[in-house]
Design a protein around this ligand. Sequence first.
Ligand code: DC
Length: 219
Amino acid sequence: MTRPVIAIDGPAGAGKSTIAKIVAERLNFIYIDTGAMYRAVTLEFLATNQPFSEELVTKIAEKINITFKSEPGCNHVYVDGKEVTEAIRSVVVTNNVSKVSAVVGVREAMVSAQREIGSVGGVVMDGRDIGTVVFPQAEVKVFLTANVVERAKRRYEELKNKGQKVNLEVLTQEIAQRDKFDSERKVSPLCCAKNAHYLDTSHLDINAVVDAILHLCKV
Ligand code: DC
């Protein structure tokens, strides 16, 4: 029997990557951060210094070679063998990624790559459309969310710990804006799949969420 696909979707800052990484480690599954893939395309687009166009970002998405290497505590991301783990988290990438990820051609290229990676099973994949579009047949689907204030606080702590100067109010506004854009876009908008387990993590710690997902995987 092939090992299952675990799809974890939800808005920015809900803790998806932290949770998905731990779940994958516990199950000895591969972890794929699909947001990192859209971020990598955005980074490559910004490096061209050319104005935004759907044709340009689609061409980049069709050609790009993204690979991952997971280590305890860090999920390394590479484009054509060059490490971009930190670069894809920059403010400029974050501020441009919604626009890039809303382009049909970009989504088609990424979804096709994600399906190929997940085709053998044994994968925990997080994103916005994994349970709805990429793997609608996934054995386990989770929609992870938390209220916007809590999510902004978590992102604030994360960035502060990395030594970045951040303003909580600005972060809250940016997250709310990104939620709106990701939920209202025409192609594959962020939404909870009909048969996904809805988990509000506003008042749950990491271990409780991991245990809840591992429990779903056993049933
Ligand atoms: O999870 P993240 O913040 O790294 O995601 C970056 C952006 O990519 C986010 O604005 C939404 C988009 N995204 C998407 O459209 N589909 C996915 N499967 C994953 C991310």
